[in-house]
Write a protein that binds this ligand. Structure first.
Ligand code: S3P
Length: 445
């Protein structure tokens, strides 16, 4: 380990949620570098005053919004990576580099020969567009809220010799083989957001979302559930940081650290979850295993678990059977809705096992998404469900015989599917189902 402290940092604004100190300090630790990585919250007006000092004092730094373009005028020169995107995210010895493209390449999104649909035309979208063109995309469709930004990006691509570009309105329903999200829609705490309607995934084969918080957005979960290749932005975030470290420490062989780096990337996924707690709502037919899986999932995640039926019985001071017989199904649904709202309004993370009918009631899925929840559907066969509920105890809706249960199952299954963000096979053992959910969020199992 070197003995003098090396100083690095990040300039930008706002920075309070940045994961960069976490990532860089761990990488340096693993590499035996004695170093620190600090946040320097600077607004646009602060650059002229502060940057010359930082260029002097720091061994290297990263820059983020709003400085990626502006910082160029304070530097001695630009590496070809920074010239390519016209933006800088890493500075070393007065020279600007860009490692975001490398980060994106590490995500291995299939782009060659593909029709790529890019949502957004801001800073990160720029990197995605240039990389898609360089990787040999057949065509790039840019859908942006601000059409002038899309046109600007198209001319950047034209400058690189890529002219198969179509600029469309954000709302245009034109999709591609590969969908890239470069907007913040779906980012925590608004995890219920979807940058494009789910139906647009029908024609796609792959989805990449630059958002890493949550580690799998609603868009990524939906794509995974449909069997598409899908990845969130965590790998990109981590790989751009490793690439910056390589620039700052050219004397070190980072290839020797692969195992350590993989471990830190995993820790990062858990760190994201810790800092940006999620509300995960388990849905599915009676007997799908929501309570059992939910309890186990909460335990693995180290977060609280609530069973909605239990919350309802607590509130009513009656059993489910008593509520149905005294208040009817309508009375039960009202209580259930009140309890769902109350649980979703609580602060902090939660795994919520919803009763079999809760999520398919009108407006319930919308409510869950509006309140920042994600819906995980445990799909189970009717046979398994009925076998698991053989006693019929506490389930008034299963008292009317197999035919009625089968009709309810057939009526609900499409509703469960439509509301689901993540689909998992609930016929499996609870531990296997939990592993599948954790894997979907890139959490190692
Ligand atoms: C119901 C399912 C039950 C309970 C109530 C109604 C339903 O919960 O909420 O009996 O409408 O499917 P479980 O799915 O946990 O059994």
């Amino acid at each position: 380990m070197s003995t003098t402290l090396r100083r690095f940092g990040l300039i930008g604004k706002p920075l309070q949620h940045s994961l960069s100190p976490f990532i860089h300090e761990r990488i340096m630790d693993a590499a035996g570098i004695k170093g620190e990585y600090k946040l320097y919250e600077l607004g646009e007006g602060d650059l002229a005053r502060e940057l010359p000092k930082l260029l002097n004092e720091l061994d290297g730094f990263n820059c983020t919004i709003p400085h990626k373009l502006q910082v160029r005028s304070f530097l001695k020169g630009l590496d070809s990576s920074a010239q390519l995107y016209g933006a800088v995210n890493t500075v070393y010895r007065g020279v600007g580099y860009n490692t975001d493209g490398f980060g994106f390449q590490s995500s291995c999104v299939p782009l060659r020969g593909k029709r790529v649909c890019l949502i957004g035309a801001g800073g990160v979208a720029r990197v995605l567009a240039v990389e898609a063109a360089r990787a040999g995309a057949r065509e790039i469709v840019i859908r942006a809220r601000r059409p002038e930004r899309a046109l600007e990006l198209a001319s950047l691509l034209a400058g690189l010799g890529f002219s198969q570009v179509k600029c469309l309105d954000f709302q245009a329903r034109e999709s591609g083989d590969v969908l890239l999200n470069g907007t913040p829609v779906g980012m925590w705490p608004d995890v219920g957001g979807l940058p494009v309607p789910a139906e647009e995934l029908a024609g796609a084969a792959a989805v990449f979302d630059t958002i890493y918080n949550p580690t799998a957005t609603r868009l990524v979960l939906k794509a995974k559930s449909k069997g598409l290749w899908a990845r969130g932005g965590l790998k990109m975030l981590f790989a751009q940081a490793v690439a910056a470290q390589r620039i700052w420490h050219p004397e070190l062989d980072f290839g020797l650290l692969q195992g350590e780096l993989a471990r830190i990337e995993q820790e990062l996924a858990w760190e994201v979850l810790k800092r940006s707690p999620l509300k995960l709502v388990l849905s599915g037919f009676m007997g799908a295993g929501k309570t059992h899986v939910g309890g186990l999932l909460a335990q693995r995640l180290g977060i609280p678990f609530v069973d909605l039926d239990e919350a309802v019985t607590r509130r009513a001071q009656l059993s489910i059977a008593e509520i149905f017989s005294q208040l009817g199904e309508e009375g039960f649904r009202q209580l259930e809705r009140e309890c769902l709202e109350a649980e979703l309004s609580s602060s902090g993370p939660l795994v919520l096992a919803a009763g079999g009918g809760a999520v398919v009631q009108g407006g319930a899925a919308q409510l869950i998404h509006d309140r920042g929840g994600l819906i995980i559907y445990l799909d189970v066969s009717l046979e398994t469900a009925l076998a698991r509920c053989a006693s019929g105890e506490g389930r008034p809706l299963l008292q009317k015989g197999r035919e009625a249960a089968a009709a309810l199952y057939a009526q609900r299954r499409p509703l469960y599917k439509a509301a689901a963000d993540l689909w998992v096979d609930g016929n499996e053992q609870a531990a296997v189902v939990v592993d599948a959910i954790l894997a979907a969020f890139e959490l190692e199992v």
